[in-house]
Design a protein around this ligand. Structure first.
Ligand code: SF4
Length: 370
C-alpha cells in the first residue's frame, strides 16, 4: 500500500514524465541567448534539439520598454537586447545569458525579474584561459546540460554534442571561405554582416544554405573596387547594417575584423578528435579575445597577425557610447597597433541607424589621409 507522501511523489513523477514527453515533441523550438561576445556555447543548445538564436536587439525599435528597468546611461545595445527579449520571449522556449561585460552581467538579475520565460539560465564563463579556466568552463557546460535536462527532459550526451560541434565547424569553415573573399571581391560591408547575422539567428541547416548561396554569388562578383580602402574593423560589436553602410560610403571596405558578429565567431574551429565537452571548453577559450576578457596582449596579437596576413595598415576602431569594456581597452590596443606602423582611427559612436555626423566627418578625414 502506498502512503500519502509516496502517492504524491508518484503523481509528481508521472507529471514530470508527461511534461518532458510533451516537450520533446516540439524540438524545433528556439532558445535565445544573450551574449556580449562569443562566449555562449550554442552547440549545447543545438545538441538538445533547439535552435540557438543570438539576441541582437533592433536599432529601429525604441528602447522605451527596456528603459523602464535600466537607466539611460546603460549601453544602448544591451538595452535594445532587453527590449527584444521583452517583445519576443513568448516565442522562445527559454533564454540563456552568458557572462559577458559588466553591463550584461547585471542583466541576468533584471531579466530574471522582468522577462517572463519558463527557462532562464546563467552561463558563467572564465576570464582567463589557463588550465583551471578549462575546468571551470567544462563545469559550466555540464551545468547547462543539467539545466536543460531538468527543464525539458532532454539529456545531451557526448554523441549529440559531437554532432552539434561538427555542424558548428561546418558553418565556421564556410564563413572562413566567405570572409576570405572580402579581400578579392566586391562584397559590401553590409553583405558581410548580414551573412554573419543569419549564421547566428537561423536554424543551422538554413544558415548553411544561406552561406553556400552567398559564397556562390560572391565568387562571381567583380574584383575589389579600386576606389575603396581596405580596412580592419575593431571595437564594440556592430549589430546593425546601417553602420557598416556608413563605413562603406566613406570609402572603406572591412576586409578583416575581430568582432563577435564577425571573425571571432569563426576564426578557430572546435577540435573534433577530443571528448566534445573538453573540446568545446578549449574552443571557447581559444577564440580571438574580446575586450571583456583578460589578455590585452592576446587581443592585440590577433589584430597584428590579421594586419600582417592581409597586408593592410588602416584600422577603424569604433566604440559604442557607454561600451566601457572597449573604451578601457581601446587606448592600449590602438597604441600597440600604432607602434607597429598602422594608421588607426578611433571614434565613439551613437546607437542609431541614421548616419552619425561626427563619425562621417572623422571617416572622411581618415580616408583623405590614405
Ligand atoms: S556594446 Fe559593450 S557594453 Fe554593450 S553589451 Fe556589448 S560589450 Fe557590453
Amino acid at each position: 500500500m502506498l502512503n500519502g507522501w509516496a502517492l504524491i511523489y508518484l503523481i509528481e513523477q508521472l507529471i514530470n514524465i508527461f511534461s518532458k514527453k510533451r516537450h520533446s515533441k516540439n524540438l524545433m523550438e528556439t532558445i535565445a541567448y544573450f551574449d556580449a561576445s562569443h562566449d555562449m556555447p550554442e552547440e549545447v543548445i543545438a545538441a538538445a534539439g533547439f535552435v540557438p538564436y543570438k539576441i541582437l536587439g533592433n536599432v529601429h525599435v525604441s528602447n522605451d520598454p527596456a528603459d523602464r528597468y535600466l537607466p539611460a546611461f546603460f549601453c544602448p545595445a544591451a538595452r535594445s537586447m532587453l527590449t527584444e527579449a521583452l517583445a519576443k520571449t513568448g516565442q522562445w522556449a527559454g533564454i540563456v545569458i552568458a557572462q559577458g561585460c559588466n553591463a550584461t552581467n547585471r542583466h541576468h538579475d533584471v531579466w530574471k525579474r522582468h522577462v517572463r520565460t519558463p527557462f532562464l539560465h546563467w552561463f558563467n564563463t572564465p576570464l582567463k584561459d589557463d588550465v583551471p579556466a578549462v575546468r571551470f568552463m567544462k563545469t559550466e557546460l555540464w551545468r547547462l546540460v543539467d539545466a536543460l535536462y531538468r527543464q525539458f527532459g532532454i539529456l545531451v550526451n557526448e554523441a549529440m554534442l559531437a554532432d552539434a560541434c561538427r555542424e558548428s565547424n561546418t558553418i565556421k569553415k564556410k564563413l572562413q571561405v566567405f570572409s576570405g573573399l572580402r579581400m578579392e571581391k566586391d562584397i559590401t560591408n553590409r553583405e558581410y554582416l548580414e551573412v554573419l547575422v543569419k549564421s547566428m539567428t537561423l536554424p543551422k541547416p538554413e544558415a548553411i544554405k544561406e552561406i553556400d548561396a552567398a559564397i556562390a554569388t560572391m565568387k562571381n562578383r567583380g574584383p575589389f573596387p579600386a576606389d575603396k580602402i581596405k580596412v580592419l574593423l575593431t571595437g564594440s560589436d556592430v549589430t546593425y547594417p546601417e553602420l557598416m553602410e556608413q563605413i562603406d560610403e566613406a570609402g572603406f571596405r572591412v576586409v578583416r575584423d575581430d568582432l563577435s558578429i564577425g571573425e571571432r565567431y569563426f576564426a578557430t574551429l572546435i577540435p573534433e578528435e577530443e571528448n566534445p565537452f573538453e573540446a568545446l571548453a578549449r574552443y571557447y577559450l581559444s577564440i580571438p579575445k574580446p575586450a571583456t576578457k583578460l589578455g590585452l596582449s592576446k587581443r592585440a596579437q590577433y589584430l597584428e597577425t590579421a594586419l600582417e596576413q592581409s597586408g593592410i595598415r588602416a584600422v577603424i576602431s569604433q566604440c559604442l557610447k557607454f561600451c566601457e569594456p572597449y573604451a578601457y581597452d581601446a587606448v592600449l590596443v590602438n597604441n600597440a597597433l600604432k607602434e607597429k606602423g598602422c594608421r588607426v582611427l578611433h571614434v565613439e559612436r551613437e546607437y542609431t541607424p541614421t548616419p552619425d555626423n561626427q563619425m562621417a566627418t572623422r571617416l572622411a578625414a581618415f580616408a583623405e589621409m590614405e
